[in-house]
Design a protein. Sequence first.
Length: 100
Amino acid sequence: MFHQLRCLNIVREVIVDFYADESPDAKVNKPTLVRHCMSYLRQTVLCRADMKMETVRAPKGHQMTVSDVTHTCRDWTMVYEAAERDHQLYRMYLSSVANS
């Protein structure tokens, strides 16, 4: 999940930088990294997508889909706990390096 969030942020930063450069020869920064992130995000969507179908009420108009489909969200509690422990260990390491 954190890799996915990091990739989304990288793509966001590159798009912002690209459109901020108003020169006619504007280039995408970090093209190799952006390609990696786009491929990684594509694989995530294709391989882990919720494939449950949503019914359609009418072919036109607002609220076309009916929310009678139950989607299952994954429990990320263990991921958050592991990330928090890792961050605490990292802060302790930085503190010990600064004090030595």
